[in-house]
Design a protein around this ligand. Structure first.
Ligand code: PHE
Length: 353
């Protein structure tokens, strides 16, 4: 089909496609073609008056014919869309219903705590290391100076795998690591001192799943080994950490403790984050909360990694980000941090809709 006028012919493909337009497109196309200010056909009509008489007649008639065709096509398309909408409404679809809110993501509270802790240690020259969650008895216990009959190695305390270890008999059975301390061994065997690393990761124990226990939880290990390192470095670094993480005025205290792989060993408490030392049910009235175990790396551990214990000393710590998240946010039940219930996570993260 042709109108006999090239510039009008250019509009013919658009006339053909009116029958494919959606409701919003239809409205836009009507304005683009017939709109009073800048419609293409409106412009053509305005041009009619400027033409010589005999051309004016022919061109004017062609423009008016095309305009009528567009008007008919728009009306027909509108009828079809209206009919479709009525059919949908009758089928029970309510297109006027409000849309669904957008899902807002946020960091899990434990992820946030891990990132903050790692950032603080990065700021004082530590790097990040990781190790496998499936370990051998040698890395998890024996190299860390646990005696071979230590109760922590009992089936009741530790989750063993059926598969034999790839590394041979001397490595012992395969298990899910019970702490991140085996990565101390892996780090020292791979890179000789000076070493300053933090090691985040999941650990596993044969524990109940109740408000204060879980068979899977996170730890962050720290390890510093160099010449001339003393307990003063350990205390100063961990107090710096507590001040950065919990606030500059936070009180801390060290209590003597025992771990086979550190000597001397200690536990560090910070003042209760809920009552600030006054004593409350969360801190069992003591005003203190235990956040980590630590100590000077035992010389036998250094020797097990072929590090000269006469020349090098070091310190290590291990803390639990799940526990620390509970202390910081006042969360009473560790299971809330592991079950993935969106109602809880949205409230902690402040993204509730
Ligand atoms: N690995 C110990 C635990 O899981 C914590 C610890 C790490 C203690 C490093 C001292 C030094 O309880």
């Amino acid at each position: 089909m042709s109108t006999g006028h090239p510039d009008l012919d250019a509009l013919l493909p658009r006339l053909d496609s009116v029958s494919t337009l959606g409701a919003a497109e239809l409205e836009a196309e009507e304005i683009a073609v017939l709109g009073r200010k800048s419609g293409s056909l409106t412009a053509a009509l305005k041009r009619v008056a400027t033409l010589p008489v005999e051309e004016r007649k022919r061109f004017g008639a062609a423009v008016n014919r095309l305009k009528a065709q567009f008007e008919a096509a728009f009306a027909a398309r509108r009828d079809v869309l209206d009919a479709e909408r009525t059919a949908r409404d009758q089928a029970g679809l309510d297109l006027t219903m409000p849309g669904r809110g957008r899902w807002v993501g946020a960091e899990h509270p434990v992820t946030k705590v891990v990132r903050e802790i790692v950032d603080i240690f990065r700021g004082i020259g530590f790097t990040v290391a990781v190790g496998p969650e499936v370990e051998t008895e040698w890395y998890n216990f024996l190299a860390l100076n646990f005696p071979a009959d230590h109760p922590a190695m009992d089936m009741h305390d530790t989750l063993y795998l059926d598969a034999p270890p790839a590394e041979g008999e001397s490595a012992g059975r395969l298990l899910l690591r019970t702490h991140t301390s085996p990565v101390q061994i892996r780090t020292l065997m791979e890179s000789p001192p000076p070493v300053r690393v933090v090691i985040p990761g999941m650990v596993y124990r044969n524990d109940a799943f109740d408000p204060s226990h879980s068979p899977a939880f996170s730890q962050i290990e720290g390890l510093a080994v160099d010449e001339g390192i003393s307990f003063v470095d350990l205390k100063a670094t961990l107090i710096h950490f507590a001040h950065r993480f919990f606030g500059p005025a936070t009180k801390t205290r060290f209590r003597p403790s025992f771990f086979p792989f550190t000597e001397p060993s200690a536990e560090m408490d910070v003042e209760c984050q809920l009552c600030h030392g006054a004593g409350c049910p969360a801190c069992k009235g003591t005003g203190w909360m235990e956040i980590l175990g630590c100590g000077m790396v035992h010389p036998s551990v250094l020797e097990n990694c072929n590090v000269d214990a006469e020349r090098y000393t070091g310190w290590a710590f291990g803390m639990g980000p799940h526990r620390i998240a509970m202390l910081r946010y006042g969360i009473p039940d560790i299971r809330l941090l592991l079950e993935g219930d969106m109602r809880f996570l949205e409230r902690v993260a402040g993204t509730a809709r």
